[in-house]
Design a binder for this molecule. Structure first.
Ligand code: NAD
Ligand code: UDP
Length: 346
């Protein structure tokens, strides 16, 4: 039982959750669900906002410091009566009355999270502490978007949630990997110590429209390169694997986790696994058969394999991804072509 608890399973919190603020019971308070999305101007966050805004009972507040996100991703909601956008850095405390917090704020692309590693770890640790403090104060349920990176360079394949991982604590990726591991620890400590209602999603590689075109992640890189007629840069050895989830499937999984009864951690990802060479061949075949594929140097500590075991997501959330890579790539291509201003050749 002790081991189960330390894995985050079947954990019974020691305290009941804090009462929501008395303001909620005030006469003027509407029955709406008020939802905070940190990092809501980013790639996954903005798609999550689109989905949450479809429900007329939801009011959505986004906080973002625009490090990797942009107002443009939210332009359809700016000025909407159920939507608010706040420029704010989560490393600073925040006070807003909300019922749910989706805590996504953190750069996800290795290029960006390595750019200022001290800031990345502050965002993960102090940012998560601040959002947990807010959840405690207003009695909100909080969902953390953790990552498959908590498994590091995994020795168990596919990765199940009870695998503790193989992470280099002092490497160049550790500001992100270890930052998210501490964020998960904080979530469980607040849950056990203060009765906060928590949800943890371990997100595997996600792709789709609105990814930053030059953010260095592999799907966005290969697509932009194929469209621009530039060689696809496969980082050595090319046999390393990833599993790619389309963003609408991801958003569906996150909302089910938030609305369900399970704390997690739960893997949310698509188990379809590809080597980076296979991914390059697929993009070449689908987008630009004339493009070259070249090998380039890799970066340190690159995980050799990654594939989610999604048994828990299937059983506990009734969730599994619907969109295969070959169906998702054309949807992303349309968006990239529009933004790059490059039409299809035929
Ligand atoms: P993204 O970089 O597009 O979005 C992150 C957003 O957070 C951006 O809008 C950015 O400006 C904002 N942000 C960063 N630091 C902040 C701070 N200190 N204060 C306020 N806002 C801040 O990344 P994404 O792909 O949308 O990822 C969203 C979340 O999902 C992240 O927590 C990431 O770790 C997690 N995740 C993503 C993937 C993936 O494949 N996309 C995989 C695993 C985990
Ligand atoms: N990668 C690649 N070419 C690129 C960018 C990335 O071959 O232009 C590889 C990278 O070495 C890694 C994989 O693609 O093995 C996924 O990298 P990404 O940065 O997208 O995500 P993460 O490493 O965080 O899973």
């Amino acid at each position: 039982m002790a081991n189960e608890a330390s894995n985050g399973r079947n954990v019974v919190s020691t305290k009941p959750p804090p009462e929501p603020s008395p303001l909620r019971k005030a006469k003027f308070f509407k029955a709406n669900m008020r939802i905070l999305v940190t990092g809501g101007a980013g790639f996954i966050g903005s798609h999550l906002v689109d989905k949450l805004m479809e429900n007329e009972k939801n009011e959505v507040i986004v906080v973002d410091n625009y490090f990797t996100g942009s107002k443009d991703n939210l332009r359809q909601w700016i000025g909407h009566p159920r939507f608010e956008l706040i420029r704010h850095d989560v490393t600073e405390p925040l006070l807003v009355e909300v019922d749910q917090i989706y805590h996504l704020a953190c750069p996800a692309s290795p290029i960006f999270y390595k750019y200022n590693p001290v800031k990345t770890i502050k965002t993960n640790v102090i940012g998560t502490l601040n959002m947990l403090g807010l959840a405690k104060r207003v009695g909100a349920r909080i969902l953390l978007t953790s990552t498959s990176e908590v498994y590091g360079d995994p020795l168990v394949h596919p990765q199940t949630e009870d695998y503790w991982g193989n992470v280099n604590p002092i490497g160049v990726r550790s500001c992100y990997d270890e930052g998210k591991r501490v964020a998960e620890t904080l979530m469980f400590d607040y849950h056990r110590q203060h009765g906060i209602e928590i949800r943890i999603a371990r997100i595997f590689n996600t792709y789709g429209p609105r990814m930053n075109i030059d953010d260095g992640r592999v799907v966005s890189n290969f697509l932009a390169q194929a469209i621009r007629d530039e060689p696809l840069t496969v980082q050595l050895p090319g046999t390393q694997t990833r599993s790619f989830c389309y963003v609408s499937d991801m958003v569906d999984g996150l909302i089910r986790l938030m609305e369900g009864d399970h704390t997690g951690p739960i893997n949310i990802g698509n188990p379809g696994e590809f080597t980076m060479l296979e991914l390059a061949e697929t993009v070449k075949e689908m987008i630009n058969p004339d493009v070259k594929i070249i090998s380039v140097e890799n970066t340190p500590d690159d995980p050799r394999q990654r594939k989610p075991d999604i048994t828990k997501a299937k059983e506990l959330l009734g969730w599994e991804p619907k969109i295969k890579l070959r169906n998702g790539i054309p949807l992303m291509e349309d968006d990239f072509r529009k933004r790059l201003g490059i039409l299809r050749k035929n």
